[in-house]
Design a binder for this molecule. Structure first.
Ligand code: SAH
Length: 568
C-alpha cells in the first residue's frame, strides 16, 4: 500500500483556529512528526498516533524521516505551526521528494493542508494592519545570506509594503532586528506604527503597539512577529489600521462614499492610477506619452507634438515594469513631501491624504464671485486638485489633502458657501433680480441654514424663486418654492432629469410666509425618515401618494395658477 504525507499547519496555537481538515488529518495519520514544542501544542488533538518529535534545527532529518515512513506505506502527518508553506515543512518535504526522484503517478501521496499563518493571526490581534500590499521577511540568516535579507528589507521599505518580520530575534541573533530598523528608517517616518505580537492565540499572548523608532525598547523574541505599517498606517483606539488604498474620497459631512461601486472603477474617478484618469487612446499611444513624460522632462508643447506624431510600435511604447514601479515610488515620495531617501523632512507621514470633495458658491442668493475668491480658489486647488462647473450653481472641488480643516477654513474666510457632496439637500435660489426683489430673501437664507447639506435618501434640490416669473426654474426642482404677492406657492415632486423629466405638481398657493420654512422642513423630515435609500423625492411622493397632507395627482393636474407677469 502507498503511504501518504499529510503536510499541515495547525495555525497560531489554539484549536479554534485550526482547520477541520487539519484536525481530521491528525486523527487519520499513523504517526506525527514535528518539532517538540509543536507536538505539545496539538497534544489534545492526538489520539493513538506514534510521535516522532525532534529539536528545532532538525527540520531536514524530520522531512527525511517523514518521507521514509510514507515510502514504507504509513500515513504521516508532518506538522508546522501557522501554515506549513510559510517558513514551514512543506517546502522541505518536497525538496526531499524531489531529491529522491518522486513522481506523482507512482510515488507516495502528498497533501498540503493550509493553516492560518502568523501574518494573519497577528494582524487580527492588532486590528487591520495588512490590508494593502504586504510582504513577509524572515530575519533568520541561518539558511539565507544576510546581504540578501537586507536587500529585501530595503526593497520592501522603498516600495512602501506593509512588512511582517518572522523570526525577528533569538538568543543569539540579536543584531538583525536592529539592522532592519535602520534600513527602514531610511524610507519611513520614525513614527510609523509597528505592532509586536508574541505568542498569538497561545498562553502568554502579548500585543504591543509601538513605532519604528521605539520598537526595540520592547521585548522581541523567537515567538514574536513584527508588523511594520506602510506610510498610511495609523493607530486608532488601540488598533493598527492600514487603509485599503492611498486615495480616499470624502466630503464635508458624510463618510459615505459618494461613488457607487460601479462608478468607483471608472477611469475618471481614479486619476492616481497608471492610466492617469485618461481614456485609452488608440493602442498604446497614451502610454507612450506617459513614458516620455517620465523619461525626460520635455516641455508640454513638445509632449503635445509627440502625442500627435506618435507611432504605435508596441515594443517601444509599453511601459517597462521598472518604470511603472519607479513612477509609483516617485508618487509615494511626492505625497510624503520627500525626495527619495530624505527622511528628515517627513513630518506629515502617516497622515492619510485623501481627496476632499465639496462644492462652493458665492451664496444662496448672491451669484457674484469676487476676484479675491477666484484667487483663493486657485490657491486651494493647487496643481493637483480640480474645479468643475456644475449645472447647480456650484463649483465642485476635488482637493487631495490631509488637512481638510485648513481647506474649509480658507474657503469660509473668503466668504464662500460650502456644501457637501452626495445625497444631501442643496438649496438653489434665484438672484432676486440682483437683490431688487428682496422681500423673500430671508426665507431662502433660513431654508439654507436649516436644511442645506442635510443627509437625505437621495440628493434633493430645493428651488427658491423670488417672483412669479420663476426664471431660475424652481418648479423644475424636487421642491419648488415661488414667492408671489407676498405669499408662497409650493411645487412638489418634479422629475429633474431624464427624457421623461417633468415639473413639480403645484400643491399649494398662497402659503403664509411665517408658515413656509416649518412646512418645507416637515416635508423634508418625512421624506428623510420614510424614503427608501436612493429613492428620489418624486418617486417617494408617487409611492406614498400623500406628503404632509398634499395629495399626489396621478394625472398631471391642469395648472390653473394665476397669471403672474414679472414683478408681481
Ligand atoms: N509556519 C509559521 C512560521 C514559522 S517561522 C507560520 O506560518 O506562522 C517562526 C516564526 O513565526 C516566529 O519566529 C514568529 O515570528 C512567527 N510566529 C509563529 N507563530 C506565532 C504566534 N503564535 N505568534 C506570533 N508569532 C508567531
Amino acid at each position: 500500500m502507498k503511504g501518504k504525507l499529510l503536510v499541515l499547519g495547525f495555525g497560531p496555537g489554539n484549536h479554534e483556529h485550526t482547520t477541520e481538515r487539519c484536525k481530521e488529518a491528525i486523527v487519520e495519520s499513523d504517526c506525527i512528526i514535528g518539532y517538540k514544542t509543536y507536538v505539545e501544542l496539538i497534544q489534545e488533538l492526538i489520539t493513538d498516533q506514534k510521535i516522532i518529535s525532534t529539536g528545532m534545527s532538525e527540520e531536514v532529518s524530520r522531512a527525511q524521516a517523514a518521507v521514509d515512513l510514507a515510502e514504507q506505506g504509513k500515513k504521516v502527518a508532518v506538522i508546522s505551526s501557522g501554515d506549513a508553506g510559510v517558513y514551514g515543512m512543506a517546502g522541505l518535504v518536497y525538496e526531499v521528494l524531489v531529491e529522491r526522484g518522486w513522481k506523482e503517478q507512482d510515488g507516495v501521496e502528498v497533501e498540503v493542508i493550509p493553516g492560518i499563518s502568523a501574518i494573519n493571526s497577528c494582524a487580527s490581534l492588532l486590528g487591520a494592519p495588512i490590508m494593502h500590499d504586504a510582504c513577509t521577511i524572515s530575519l533568520s540568516d541561518h539558511l539565507t545570506p544576510w546581504e540578501l535579507i537586507a536587500k529585501r528589507i530595503d526593497a520592501a521599505g522603498q516600495a512602501d509594503f506593509v512588512i511582517s518580520l518572522y523570526n525577528p530575534k533569538s538568543g543569539k541573533r540579536t543584531r538583525q532586528i536592529v539592522e532592519a530598523q535602520q534600513i527602514l528608517l531610511n524610507y519611513r517616518s520614525p513614527n510609523t506604527p509597528v505592532g509586536l505580537v508574541k505568542s498569538a492565540y497561545r498562553e502568554r499572548e502579548q500585543v504591543v503597539l509601538t513605532t519604528l523608532e521605539n520598537m526595540l525598547e520592547h521585548d522581541i523574541g523567537m515567538l514574536t512577529t513584527v508588523i511594520i505599517g506602510n506610510s498610511t498606517t495609523f493607530f486608532y483606539e488601540k488598533r493598527m489600521i492600514t487603509p485599503r488604498g492611498y486615495q480616499r474620497k470624502y466630503t464635508l459631512n458624510t463618510l459615505k462614499q459618494r461613488l457607487k461601486p460601479h462608478e468607483r472603477l471608472k477611469r475618471e474617478n481614479e486619476p492616481w492610477a497608471l492610466h492617469g484618469g485618461q481614456e485609452e487612446v488608440t493602442n498604446t499611444a497614451s502610454q507612450k506619452v506617459q513614458k516620455e513624460k517620465s523619461a525626460t522632462a520635455v516641455q508640454t508643447v513638445q509632449e503635445e507634438v509627440s502625442a500627435t506624431v506618435v507611432e504605435t510600435d508596441k515594443e517601444e511604447s509599453r511601459l517597462t515594469a521598472l518604470q511603472t514601479a519607479e513612477d509609483a515610488l516617485r508618487r509615494i515620495d511626492e505625497r510624503n513631501g520627500i525626495s527619495s531617501k530624505n527622511v528628515d523632512t517627513i513630518s506629515t507621514a502617516n497622515k492619510v491624504e485623501s481627496i476632499f470633495e465639496l462644492a462652493v458658491s458665492p451664496g444662496v442668493v448672491n451669484k457674484k464671485f469676487t476676484p479675491k475668491q477666484l484667487l483663493i480658489l486657485a490657491e486651494v486647488i493647487g496643481e493637483k486638485g480640480t474645479m468643475e462647473y456644475t449645472p447647480h450653481h456650484q463649483i465642485l472641488l476635488q482637493i487631495p489633502t490631509s488637512e481638510p480643516g485648513q481647506v474649509t477654513e480658507q474657503l469660509e474666510d473668503a466668504g464662500f458657501l460650502l456644501s457637501p457632496i452626495g445625497d444631501v439637500i442643496s438649496v438653489k435660489a434665484c438672484d432676486f433680480c440682483d437683490g431688487e426683489k428682496k422681500d423673500s430673501i430671508p426665507y431662502a437664507d433660513e431654508i439654507q441654514d436649516r436644511l442645506g447639506g442635510l443627509d437625505v435618501p437621495k440628493e434633493l434640490r430645493i428651488g427658491f424663486n423670488g417672483c412669479g416669473m420663476a426664471c431660475y426654474g424652481a418648479v423644475q426642482d424636487d421642491i419648488g418654492i415661488v414667492f408671489r404677492k407676498g405669499k408662497f406657492d409650493l411645487f412638489l415632486g418634479a422629475k429633474t432629469v431624464g427624457r421623461t423629466a417633468h415639473s413639480g405638481q403645484p400643491v399649494s398657493e398662497g402659503i403664509e410666509p411665517d408658515k413656509l420654512v416649518d412646512l418645507v422642513e416637515s416635508i423634508v423630515k418625512e421624506y428623510k425618515e420614510n424614503g427608501h435609500p436612493n429613492e428620489r423625492f418624486f418617486k417617494y411622493f408617487k409611492r406614498v401618494k400623500r406628503v404632509k397632507g398634499f395629495q399626489y395627482q396621478d394625472v398631471a393636474p391642469k395648472i390653473k395658477v394665476e397669471p403672474a407677469p414679472c414683478g408681481d
